[in-house]
Structures are given as C-alpha cells and as structure tokens.
Ligand binder design. Structure first.
Ligand code: FAD
Length: 501
C-alpha cells in the first residue's frame, strides 16, 4: 500500500474476493475486462474512471473490487445499494477530486462517514460515493482544550483520544456511530445538559464545496456556511476536518435503573417531574424494551458529569422513590458509559425508525406507549426518550441551523430485527405506534433520526430555519450536487455565490 492510501476498515458484507492485478489495485476492478472508452454505466467512460483512479491518493473501487462491498454496506441492512464507484478518501484532495468528477459527468454523489444513518443516504445506486471512513486522524490540543478530528472517526475512537487528556465533548450515546453525520445534524448525547449539542461545540470545519474549493467555516470565515453545517446535515459540502471545543470530564456518575413494566406509569411520571428540575450536569434517557432476560421493563439511564458527591445527592430521590429491579449507577470512566449500549446494536440487523419530539410524558402518552410496547413484534426493538435540556435547550433556535431548542425528549421508536421475512410486521407496528403518538408530539423531528419520509417531514426537521438554510444552500450548492441527504432544495429565485462574484 503506498503512503496516503486508506486501509480497509472491514466489516459489513464483503465481496467474493475477485483478485485484481495492476499497479493500482483500486482502479483495476473498475476497468478490468472493459475496453477503455466503453461506457461503464451512468454514461461514464472507463477511461474517465481510470484517470480518476490514477489521481486519487486513497483508493478507487468498483463492483468486484475487494473492499467495494464493505464500503457500500451500512449499519441498516435494509439498505442494499450499488454505487458506480467508491473513492476511499485518504485526504481532502480526494473529496475535491470526487466532487469535480461527479459534477463533470453529471453523476449523483453520496458521502459516507460512519455509515450509521438509518435512512442510508450515505450510499446511492449508480453514484460516486466518497467513503470518508478511513480518515481517522485526531489531534488534541490539551492547552486550548480543542481537538481536530477527521470525518471517519467513530465516537469511540474520538472519545478514547480526548479522554487520554481527561477531556470530552458532547457526541451521541452509542460509540460505534460516526462523528460526521452526527455532528452535522446536531448531536445529542450525555453531556448535552452541561455543554450543549455536538454542533454547539464545533469551532471550525474544513469543507469541500460543490465548486471544488476547500473552505474554512468558523465564526470568522464563511459564517453562513458555518451556521448551516451546525444542524443542516451534509447539504453544503463535504466536511474533511472538524475542530471541537473540549471540556474537562473525569469519572462520571452513571448507569441504569430498571423497573418492571407493571409500575411503568408511576416510574415515567416521577421521571418526567424529576428530570425537569434536574441540574445541567445531569442528562438522562428512559426506554421501554425487553431486558436481556426477555422481561418487559422500563429503564432510566443517567449521566452526572459534575462532582461525584453532589451527583450522589442529586440522584438520591430518583434511586429511592421506588425500589428498582436493578441499579447499576456508579462512578465510571466516560468511555465505559459511551460504549455500554454497543452490543445492543450488532451489525447486520434491519432497521426502521420513527421519531419526533415529546415535551411532556402525559398520562395519554404513557398509556399509548405501554399499549403498543406490550405487542412489540421484535424482542430487539425499543422506544427511547433521550432528554434534551440545560445548555442544549437554551441556545437560541436561530443561533445554529439546529432549531429544536427546548426542554424535551427526543422520542424514538427504534425497530430492529434480523430476518427480512419479519420486515412488514415490524414496519407496520412502528408506523401504527407513531401514528398513535402523533397527537402528543411536536410538529418537529431530529434530522438524524429521519428516514425517507417526504418533504413535509424534512421541513419539520429544519423548522423555522428552513428559509435561511435554503439561502445558504443556494449560495454554496446551487445545482444541488449534495442531495443524498435530508435535502434542502436551492430556491430558483435566489443568487448563488457565482452570481454574486
Ligand atoms: C445505533 C445508533 C445510535 C445513535 N445514537 C445517537 C445519539 O445518541 N445522538 C444523536 O444525536 N444521534 C444518534 N444517532 C443518529 C446519528 O446521529 C446518525 O445516524 C448520523 O447520521 C450518524 O452519522 P454517520 O457519519 O455514522 O452516518 P453516515 O450514514 O455515514 O452519514 C449520514 C449522512 O451525513 C452526511 N455526512 C456524513 N459524513 C459527511 C461529511 N464528512 N461531510 C458532509 N456530509 C457528511 C451525509 O449526508 C450522509 O448521508 C444514532 C444512530 C445509530 C445507528
């Protein structure tokens, strides 16, 4: 492997392993057996792909190349799409090359970070796919408490690097998720009450834009782009580097409490009152699911990221109002909390999620949830209520592109199962529960939980920030090259950056 090439991250479905010859193994499969100049799909000549392959610093992969199937396999196994070509990017220049190539040949383009979006927009049939997952550099500056992080990092990889210095920032709650998609859509995790969302901690980013430039986005440079990438997803370009603010995070007081379903109404009512009065240092989530022993249970998971003795005092009422069946709350490293749920999300499962924001756990909402959970078709599924509060809820809705700033729960019906024959009944159950919950939900949804649900739901994801997002989209991506996402269409009647030059 020559310097600059990205390694194969493995995982997912792998090709049958047809070996390829040639000096550049990445390009051989793409051109193998096909005469130069013959159309290989999407109206693109093999010669053009070969030229692209000889320019990239990473690897260019086509169907039949080892690694191609690993790149196109994403977390949600419902997604089975075949890009025309995959660029396993080694650096920002590869992203720029891919962008320029897709534009020149009028090809769709998709971008993959950690591959964990359940919507599966990271991979598109017939597209040029920029697979950023091999870019994993992370550099902590402990003096300024900042970190530069590549877009292929998972949360676990990021947290391990920053925790070596006793530092962390808000990311999500499952360590195998990618930092890129998560941050660009918002990023809700255990530190949100004290330190805001992941996007609130972004200091700057390097963005490869549709016109083939590499721009710095920060409070001082391209401010409108910086505003847009903090909640507007991958609509404006390919982020090739993130810079985050970090915070001192030592041991956290964290773990779970679980109770039998028979007392779920009392538990959820107490939980709702308790967390609404909780200090910023405490972030929580509740869920309704089956225990590993197969018993239906309601669980509460907490993370207190302040002084441990104060955390003990704060949590005492929650731990004692009812005797829980299990109480695993203890002082633990932040990385232990972050990776605790990972085994509940093995690769290879099929997923269908529906989501919205819930302000209050009313009797009606609780009754609906319990009625549906009692007939959940998959023992691996669950309903989650991830609390957004404190600093994350107090940022002005227009300060970043992420608009949903309120004390509330990110309500998520997380359906997962293993056998494709069960897809229909799992999807039906998820939709029926969502419909029954709709009267209790806000007309809003977290963009990172959204599936392929139509333009109305996309609008609801961007909320009151949609018109400004559309203007930023028009400025930076007037032809909508970056459309494999929860898409913001560039309005025809607005100027682009090109028009304004
Ligand atoms: C098990 C699990 C747990 C989760 N928990 C949380 C949680 O606690 N909190 C939370 O906020 N979210 C959570 N999520 C949702 C998560 O934020 C999204 O799935 C997010 O898209 C994951 O990012 P990714 O890079 O892995 O995804 P990918 O599928 O790789 O990317 C998703 C989209 O992001 C865009 N994108 C990715 N990389 C780039 C880039 N470098 N430049 C430009 N655009 C890019 C593209 O449009 C792409 O289609 C969870 C998801 C899963 C599957």
């Amino acid at each position: 492997m020559r310097s600059g090439q990205v390694g194969d991250s493995g995982g997912g479905k792998e090709d049958s392993g047809r070996s390829v010859g040639g000096a550049r193994s990445g390009t051989a499969g793409i051109c193998q057996g096909r005469a130069v100049g013959i159309d290989v799909g999407g109206g693109v000549a093999g010669s053009a792909l070969r030229e692209l392959g000889s320019g990239v610093r990473g690897r260019l992969l086509g169907p039949g190349d080892p690694g191609y199937d690993a790149s196109r396999a994403v977390f949600n196994s419902m997604i089975d799409r075949r890009p025309l070509a995959v660029i396993r990017c080694a650096d920002a220049s590869d992203a720029v090359r891919g962008i320029t190539f897709a534009r020149r040949h009028h090809l769709p383009l998709s971008v993959r970070g950690g591959g964990h979006s359940v919507a599966g927009n990271a991979v598109v049939d017939g597209a040029v796919m920029l697979d950023m997952s091999g870019m994993k550099a992370v550099t902590v500056d402990s003096a300024s408490k900042t970190v530069r992080a590549d877009p292929g990092l998972t949360l676990g990889e990021f947290d391990r690097a920053t925790q070596a210095f006793g530092l962390a920032t808000t990311l999500g709650v499952v360590s195998i998720t990618g930092i890129a998609g998560l941050t660009l859509g918002g990023g809700l995790g255990w530190l949100n009450g004290r330190y805001g969302l992941a996007c609130d901690n972004l200091i700057s980013a390097e963005v490869a834009t549709a016109d083939g430039q590499l721009l710095r986005a920060s409070a001082r440079d391209n401010e409108d782009l910086f505003w847009g990438i903090r909640g507007g997803g991958g609509n404006f370009g390919v982020v090739t580097s993130f810079e985050y603010q970090l915070h001192p995070v030592d041991l956290v007081l964290a773990g779970g409490l679980s109770y039998p379903m028979s007392i779920a109404p009392e538990v959820l009512r107490f939980y709702d009152d308790f967390v609404k009065a909780a200090p910023d240092e405490l972030s929580t989530a509740a869920s309704l699911a089956l225990t590993p022993a197969g018993e239906p249970a309601v669980s509460i998971v907490v993370c207190y990221c302040g002084a441990l003795d104060e955390g003990e005092r704060v949590l005492r009422p929650l731990r004692t109002f009812q005797a829980p069946a299990h109480d695993s709350i203890q002082a633990m490293p932040y990385t232990a909390l972050q990776s605790a749920p990972d085994e509940g999300f093995p690769s290879g499962r099929l997923h269908y999620w529906k989501s919205g924001y819930l302000r209050d756990l009313t009797d009606g909402a609780i009754e609906t949830l319990l009625r549906f959970v009692a007939r959940m078709p998959s023992s691996s599924s669950g309903v989650g209520l991830q609390q957004m509060h404190g600093v994350a809820s107090r940022v002005a809705p227009s300060a970043t592109a992420f608009p949903h700033r309120a004390e509330q729960y990110d309500f998520l019906i997380l359906s997962q199962w293993s056998d494709a024959a069960d897809s229909e009944r799992n999807i039906e159950w998820t939709r029926a529960l969502f419909e029954a919950m709709e009267p209790h939900l806000e007309d809003a949804v977290y963009v990172n939980n959204l599936g392929d649900e139509g333009p109305g739901r996309v609008r609801a994801a961007y909320g009151e920030n949609y018109p400004r997002l559309a203007a930023v989209k028009k400025a930076y991506d007037p032809d909508n090259l970056f459309r494999a996402n929860q898409n913001i269409a560039p309005p025809a009647d607005m100027p682009s950056r090109e028009d304004e030059k």
